[in-house]
Ligand binder design. Structure first.
Ligand SMILES: [Zn+2]
Length: 354
């Protein structure tokens, strides 16, 4: 069967490769892959050499955002042929740390975990895959292809869960949310903020394209001014840019007692002038909490699937701006200014897919 693969750091190697059928040792559920979502991590693997192929392999099969249809499931697995599922990305440490042993592999304290399509394990970007039912997330049939958004939404569901746990220390209820960055993660964060009834604001550089309208269609407010000039005192910030200046500005903007979740991964080693003592003073005198969050535990995937099922499918559909047949997948590594989420159709009838 065909798979979408690349040697990390060598974008010219992006191609379809031939893989054997998935071994039964991968799990009892056999799944026909439908869609693979591509994100910034895939582009970093291609361009910057992030990630690593399985031991002994020179290429890594991509695909950590998955949607597939179950074709074989054992009795009692909770799944049946025809069910739609999304696969969990991380697999816990083989000798689990305390976090992995508690099924909180997203909070792993040792780092020997593997990640499908990212770290030491081939991804879901192949015609069929097998997995243990424990790592399969049921997707409502009504969601259909939009189930490919479960994985990115799981990251945001975790961020919100942790924000709410930290915010529970305060006497007040959070009312105003700021999301910095209107990429797929930022837009999904804005959706979750609106589902919680928050007065939601989204900051992004784009002044054209679909982002401003997608934000206002949620009943949120769109801003494209420098972060420091926003006329807001948010109680919750979901930071999705990973850009240092935006992070610092968002921390200063945040209201006393606010919680700031950092979800964006910075891509440079930039050094610059920062008023560290002023930052410290602001955090202390403002009782502000800033924390980082990555990946998601099993329950966040289920929360994500539920949040997507409760959302307007017409709005979600507009997040998928391009759909490529598998043979053209390398084009997904180049995101255009109008692109939000690019997906690869692993089932598209195409000459080069047998
Ligand atoms: Zn661990």
């Amino acid at each position: 069967m065909k798979a979408i693969a690349i040697a990390p750091g060598r974008p010219e190697t992006a191609d379809l490769i031939e893989l054997p059928e998935p071994p039964e040792s991968d799990g009892t559920l056999l799944v026909q892959t439908r869609l693979i979502g591509m994100c910034g991590t895939d582009r970093e693997i291609a361009e910057e050499g992030y990630g690593s192929p399985p031991p002994g392999a020179d290429r890594l099969v991509l695909g950590h955002e998955s949607l597939g249809e179950v074709i074989e499931a054992p009795e009692g697995s909770g799944f049946a042929p025809g069910d739609l599922i999304a696969g969990v990305v991380r697999r816990p440490d083989p000798l689990p740390c305390a976090a992995c042993a508690a099924d909180e592999w997203d909070m792993c304290r040792r780092g020997d975990f593997v990640e499908l399509g990212i770290k030491d394990r081939h991804g879901y970007g192949r015609e069929r895959f097998r997995l243990d039912p424990r790592f399969a997330v049921a997707v409502s049939p009504a969601l259909g292809d939009l189930g490919v958004l479960v994985e990115p939404m799981s990251v945001v569901a975790k961020a919100f869960e942790h924000v709410e746990r930290i915010a529970a220390r305060a006497w007040f209820e959070s009312r105003v949310a700021l999301v910095t960055g209107a990429g797929p993660i930022g837009l999904l964060a804005a959706l979750l903020a609106r589902q919680r009834g928050l007065d939601t604001h989204v900051l992004d550089r784009a002044t054209e394209g679909p982002k401003p309208r997608l934000v206002t269609d949620l009943g949120a407010e769109y801003h494209s001014i420098p972060a420091a000039e926003l006329p807001l005192r948010p109680d919750i910030v979901i930071e999705c840019t990973g850009v240092g200046e935006v992070v610092i500005a968002a921390v200063h903007l945040a209201a006393p007692g606010a919680v700031v979740a950092l979800t964006g991964i910075s891509h440079s080693q930039r050094a610059g002038e920062a008023y560290l003592d002023a930052l410290n003073k602001d955090l202390v005198l403002g009782n502000k909490a800033v924390f980082g969050t990555v990946n998601a535990a099993r329950r966040h995937y289920d929360q994500a699937a539920a949040a997507l099922a409760a959302a307007d499918p017409d709005w979600l559909t507009q997040l998928i701006t391009r759909r490529l047949p598998a043979a053209e997948w390398p084009k997904a590594l180049h995101k255009g200014p109008e692109d939000i989420k690019i997906v690869v159709d692993m089932a598209a009838s195409n000459g080069s897919l047998a």
